[in-house]
Design a protein. Structure first.
Length: 215
């Protein structure tokens, strides 16, 4: 017997996703070095572009909360383009539909289906953009469902990476399917401080792009 359920109904907390997919957050500080070690240098042109992205974001933020589409246009798309994700060897899919099949012990098969605003590159990198509301939505609220979607990656032999953003917060995620399946997060970055943290965000995007572009 097959039961189909929306991911948003089943996966709402970290406890939900960890128990459903048998994953756990690691306690090893060496698990996710990709976000802070050996980051590539960025050019002065990159820095100028990132300064412009930050200024535009803060300018529009002054009028109040921003919609998901505005965050995508002002920040998400320019960052991804600057990191090279719009060009070969990467492929993008917007509004990605994902289906995850779970085998239950009582022989029932449960299929989780969902669609989120997500971009997929090489089936190893996911970008989730959250709509900004008047009451601030923490970027962490998208982590359970983002992890659930990451488990749909067919390449279980390599780690998957994700970036979750709501405009004011950006966090990177790594999920490794090897025994035992584990995940961890970067620190939260923001365009709000005077020191432009988008510099480091772009460096991490480029670093992850280099990793997943490898055959």
């Amino acid at each position: 017997m097959t039961q189909t359920t929306a991911i948003t109904e089943i996966i709402q907390t970290l406890a939900d996703v960890e128990s459903r997919f048998n994953i756990a957050r690691t306690e090893s500080e060496e698990f996710f070095p990709e976000w802070y070690t050996d980051l590539p240098e960025i050019t002065e042109a990159d820095k100028a572009a990132l300064n412009l992205i930050r200024r535009r974001y803060l300018y529009h933020l002054n009028d109040g909360s921003l919609t998901e589409g505005t965050v995508t246009l002002i920040m998400g798309s320019p960052l991804l383009e600057r990191a090279g994700f719009y060009d070969s060897p990467f492929k993008m899919t917007a509004e990605k539909s994902v289906q995850i099949v779970l085998d239950e012990q009582d022989e029932e098969i449960e299929t989780l289906k969902g669609r989120i605003d997500v971009l997929v590159m090489q089936n190893q990198f996911w970008v989730t953009l959250l709509e900004s509301k008047r009451t601030t939505i923490s970027v962490m609220s998208a982590l359970p469902q983002t992890l659930a979607y990451m488990t749909a990656n067919p390449r279980k032999d390599r780690p998957s990476f994700a970036a979750i953003a709501n405009g004011s917060e950006i966090v990177f995620v790594k999920l490794d399917f090897q025994n035992p399946p584990q995940y961890d997060l970067s620190r939260i970055f923001s365009p709000l401080p005077l020191t432009n943290e988008l510099y480091t965000v772009l460096q991490i995007f480029i670093k992850i792009g280099q990793l997943i572009a490898q055959p």
